[in-house]
Write a protein that binds this ligand. Structure first.
Ligand SMILES: O=C(NOCCO)c1ccn2cncc2c1Nc1ccc(C2CC2)cc1F
Ligand SMILES: [Mg+2]
Length: 328
């Protein structure tokens, strides 16, 4: 196999999700800094082979809105997936640092996520199946990219039963066991946008809670507030509310533009057939005005959210690559 476990040197842990851990690693032969995700799966040999074969499709995947793929291999019951390192991290962590994200920045994020979903649909014929802030990554070049999408049906199937946690971005039709369509990703996008804009997961509608103030990023990683206690609302009550309750929406009187409110309202319609298709979304006024989007300095905004420690780490890496001026 082209990738060898021994060629990778762990630099630091980037996160631990349900079923998976991600490390920042150095690939010694190429000196590339990558992110290595490991997922423990006890599956038969032919299932392991099929997952690797299905992931190989990712080598043909090249889009500015999809996290790069460098290969994958099995080792002692764990699959290792090597991908592009995104130094700005995932939006769930960025959100905890800054409280909530300004609407003009959300419009840029939303536009790139829709383009990424269109790429997955048109080029790979796959739906994402797990759109949420933690699967949208940003970097200090101002890029916004998708990861953890269902490119391998086998891996998707093997992970299906590991869904835990009290927050579900799943569309009502999916919670009712009906078939998952690309507009289910649109529902999840709508929920994610409300969370980015208000700083709260939108179900149950927390009328009492004011908007989380937009904060300056903390000085060090330790100052990042912990994730909301997992023991939130009882899961069943939450899922019932999603299936039977009114759809979530942006709070009125909070200064969100009519275009933003209209975009979110369309995404979170309960009936999947009433939700816009990705091509309709791409032309929605909230994200169709490219000049408005280009006016946002995304690179500067992401840098502003990165704790100093990570920025210093990044500069050190850059020095490693910048050739020293020739000695005179
Ligand atoms: O990681 C996942 N869920 O996260 C939960 C486990 O922490 C999942 C799930 C289903 N999947 C079905 N096929 C792949 C994956 C997949 N991982 C994954 C997908 C795409 C990439 C592209 C290179 C960017 C990297 C990935 F790691
Ligand atoms: Mg993830």
């Amino acid at each position: 196999q082209s990738l060898e476990l021994s060629d990778f040197e762990k630099i630091r842990a980037l996160g631990h999700g349900h079923g998976g851990s991600v490390f920042k690693v150095l690939h010694k032969p190429t000196q590339l800094i990558l992110a290595e995700k490991t997922i423990r799966l006890e599956v038969k040999k032919e299932v392991r082979e099929r997952i690797l074969r299905e992931l190989r499709v990712l080598h043909r995947c090249s889009s500015p809105h999809i996290v790069g793929f460098f290969g994958s291999f099995w080792h002692e019951g764990e699959i290792h997936i090597l991908m592009e390192y995104m130094d700005g991290g995932s939006l769930d962590v960025v959100l905890r640092r800054v409280g909530r994200i300004p609407e003009n920045v959300i419009a840029v994020i939303c536009s790139k996520v829709v383009e990424g979903l269109l790429y997955l649909h048109n080029e790979l014929s796959v739906m994402h199946r797990d759109i949420k802030p933690s699967n949208i990554l940003v970097n200090s070049d101002g890029a916004v990219k998708l990861c953890d999408f269902g490119v391998s049906g086998e891996l998707q199937g093997s992970l299906a039963y590991s869904f835990v946690g009290t927050r579900s971005y799943m569309a009502p039709e999916r919670l009712k066991g009906q078939k998952y369509t690309v507009t289910s990703d649109v529902w999840s996008l709508g929920l994610s946008l409300i969370e980015l804009a208000t700083g709260h997961f939108p179900i149950p509608p927390e009328r009492a809670k004011e908007l989380v103030p937009i904060r300056e990023p903390p000085a060090t990683v330790e100052d990042i507030p912990p994730p909301p206690q997992e023991g939130g609302m009882v899961v069943f009550e939450l899922l019932t509310r999603i299936v039977e309750g009114e759809p979530p929406h942006l709070p009125d009187g909070a200064g969100f533009s009519p275009e933003f409110c209209s975009f979110v309202e369309a995404c979170t319609r309960k009936a999947p057939e009433e939700r816009p298709k990705l091509t309709d979304l791409a032309q929605h006024p909230f994200i169709a005005d490219k000049a408005k989007l280009e006016a946002v300095d995304m690179a500067a905004w992401v840098k502003g959210t990165m704790v100093r420690a990570v920025l210093e780490e990044r500069l050190a890496e850059r020095e490693r690559f910048t050739p020293l001026p020739p000695t005179s």
